[in-house]
Structures are given as C-alpha cells and as structure tokens.
Design a protein around this ligand. Sequence first.
Ligand code: SAM
Length: 326
Amino acid sequence: MELPKSLRRAVDRVLSGVPLAELAAAWAALSQRYREERDDGKRRVASEREAFAYLATRLPATYAAVRASFAAVAAARPDFAPKALLDIGAGPGTVLWAAADCWPNLANALLIEANPIFRTCGEELAAQAQLPQASWRIADVAADTVDDWAPRDLVAAAYVLNELAENARQSIVQRLWRATAETLVIIEPGTPAGWQGILAARRQLIASGAQVIAPCPHAQACPLQPPDWCHFAQRIARSRLHRQTKGGEVPWEDEKFSYVAVSRVPGARANPRVIARPRKGRGRVTLKLCRPDGSAGETLFSRRDGASFKRAARCDWGSSLDHDDR
Ligand SMILES: C[S@@+](CC[C@H](N)C(=O)[O-])C[C@H]1O[C@@H](n2cnc3c(N)ncnc32)[C@H](O)[C@@H]1O
C-alpha cells in the first residue's frame, strides 16, 4: 500500500524545512518513550518536533492499518456509506484521511484528541486537502470531558485503547458503542497485548448486542490461544524522508495490527478469514483460517481443488475467502 498522493504531499509540505537531524532526534526520543512507558497513558508526543516525527514515521504505518481495516469493513458491508465520523485519539487525523479514501461520500467528522500539539499538526496537514469538514475537540476521553457524543455512522479508535488506563477502557468502549449509529472500528498494535485489548472490547461489544463484521466470521469465543494471537500485517511503502528519519534502508515496512469492527447491522455472508501469511508452494497453498463455525486451523488447497485452489492462491493475510472454501 502507498499513502494517497494527497496525504503524501501534505506530509511533505508540513515537514519541508524541518532539518532531518531534528526529525531523527525527535523520532529517537519518541520511540524510546514508546518502548519504555507502557499502559500508563504517558506516551505523549511532547513537542511539535515529535509530532512531526510521528508524521514522518508512524502516520504511514497507522494509516495503512486503519485503511486495511476499513477495506475489510467495506467488503463485509458493501452498502455502508458513512456520512459522519467520530474518531477518538485522532492524533494528526490519520483515521479521517483513511475514512475519506475508503468512503468518498463521508461529509463530516468530529476528531477528539487530548494533545493540542497533534491538533495543530492535523489541521496543518489537512489545510490544503479536499477532506470532509472536520471539527476538532481537545478533550480527554478518559476524564469524559467530551461535550459531543452524538451518534455517528462510523466511529473509530485507532492505536488509542493501549494508551488508556486499563480500568478506563471498558467505559470508553461502552461510550463509543453508544455513539455508534452504525459501525465501530477499533484498531490496536498487532502485539499480544494489543490483541488482548481487542478481545476484551469484542467480548464487551458482543454482550451489548453488536454484530461482529470483521475480521472474525463469527461471534463465538476467539478460537486462538496464547502464545498465538490474532493479528494482520499491512505492507506500506516508506518515503525517502521516512527512511532517513528512521535511519533505515528498506523501502517498505510491514505494520502489524489487530482490529475488530462491529455494527448494528449484520455483515454480508461471513466467509473464512485468512489469519496468517499464506504458505505457497508449487500447486499447493496452505491457509490458516478462522472459520464461520468458530474454529481456526490450517487448510491445504491443491490444484486438484480446482476453483477453490485458484481462490485460495489469490488470498493474502487478512483476506476473506469466498464461497465454501473451508
Ligand atoms: C498512537 S496515537 C494514534 C493516533 C491516530 N489515531 C493514528 O492512528 O495515527 C494515540 C493518540 O491518542 C491520544 N490519546 C491518548 N489518550 C487519550 C485520551 N485519554 N483522550 C483523548 N486522546 C487520547 C494521544 O494523544 C495520541 O494522539
């Protein structure tokens, strides 16, 4: 996946004139803090330079994860055409860009973000772009200082739950579901801890009557057991600035993420989901599948399987497998 041209240009414009050495130093400080401060809500971007470093290095990856999750929602609910978005922990507005790319009829968005540095950065990023009309609120969702929880068609929380104290998450998930007119998407880093956060939210939302539309093809208990965990990977091209800021050479990176999308409306027919990178050999492909009957496991497809094999061979990690190919 590549960033949409308009977003790439916007990032380049905001970062033009920022010395590379400063970006790299800010990235080093930010990533150090991300490694050290876990689950205590203190992973704050502390300066404009760190927000710029986020734009250069993290935004492409979180955009890729959000956009891939939205693509799965759009595949599960082809008739879903959200007009209004609510995004919490908006950062520089990543979800807004991904939602506008996925659903061009999106008309307006409310972006809630605790950190004013990110809002300034997000507004600058959006300044010359054709995006839905967005309003920002500087508010702490955990302290519930948000003044507008009116229901919106699409509600999202990307890479935020893990920044909230554990005892605040349940009430925020409940808030988000109440604010969901149609579909709620929660995305977290693709780590065992990120998956646990998604699992807890999934259980809670199902108990509240939500219909799971992606990635799970069922609403039964997750069949995966630690040390295994459900996550996906989205490859994203790295720009030159991205590579230089991180001091890396490889022109792409794989962003690992876990997510759950729930809706008040059931999804289209639930198909098995590919939950690991397919293993492909000559005339055979093995897919690890999460299946509509609530089970998970590997299925081998060989040329003898004809059309099923062809469909399986086209699958990627995260794809849903059409028809009755189990
Ligand atoms: C890792 S960033 C993710 C930003 C964006 N959603 C993305 O995917 O690129 C997490 C964001 O959540 C915000 N955040 C953390 N705790 C928050 C809270 N209690 N209320 C509002 N925003 C919060 C942080 O300030 C930060 O901008």
